[in-house]
Design a protein around this ligand. Structure first.
Ligand code: AR6
Length: 171
């Protein structure tokens, strides 16, 4: 799997699947989640509501992933995943790693070839950027998948720099 980095807005990407850093309600929020719903339009929320009425009555658990349509985005699917809130007193790295593993698993199930990822948990959920980058890049590098390109789309310069440092240390 090829790993690429882009500085920019994930909602502008032309890929098969865009990963959303959602919350377990699946009903929208701020950050990348808000941007995806705004630009993708109401069909995404409609499918999320249906998922809440069927498979995920209690919400999508942290570390898991589920797909919906991508609505008006230039992608076929949005894969919603729920990152852990950062907690200094507890190691939740495996839950963050699970977001990437599960998203890739769902992408493979869908037959997605190109997948765009944001820096899950590195915004409102407070994950230190260097650590979030290490977990993201390390997990995607080490997860066997049929996906041919995993593209990290980083919104701010500091997050982009952290991912670039990690990727060059990994290669
Ligand atoms: N494209 C790419 N990255 C973005 C974009 C964008 N359009 N907008 C923000 N980011 P966050 P979290 C970056 O807060 O920490 C939501 O309210 C942002 O700069 O979106 O997992 C959800 O509903 C940061 O680097 O997600 C949840 O309640 C990264 O995306 C909660 O926030 C993740 O920041 C999830 O928090």
């Amino acid at each position: 799997m090829k790993i690429t980095l882009v500085r920019g807005d994930i909602t502008e990407q032309r890929v098969d699947a865009i990963v959303n850093a959602a919350n377990s309600s699946l009903l929208g929020g701020g950050g990348v989640d808000g941007a995806i719903h705004r630009k993708g339009g109401p069909r995404i929320l409609e499918e999320c509501r249906r998922l809440r009425e069927t498979r995920y009555e209690e919400g999508l658990p942290t570390g898991r992933a589920v797909a919906t349509t991508a609505g008006r985005l230039r992608a076929t699917w949005v894969i919603h995943t729920v990152g852990p809130v950062y907690k200094k007193s507890e190691d939740r790295s495996d839950l963050l790693a699970s977001c990437y593993r599960e998203s890739l698993r769902v992408a493979d199930e869908l037959g997605a070839t190109t997948v765009a990822f944001p820096a899950v948990s590195a915004g409102v959920y407070g994950w230190p950027v260097g650590d979030a980058a290490r977990i993201a890049v390390g997990t995607v590098c080490n997860t066997p998948a049929k996906v041919s390109e995993a593209r990290f789309v980083l919104f701010t310069e500091d997050v982009y720099a952290a991912f670039a440092d990690t990727l060059s240390a990994n290669s």
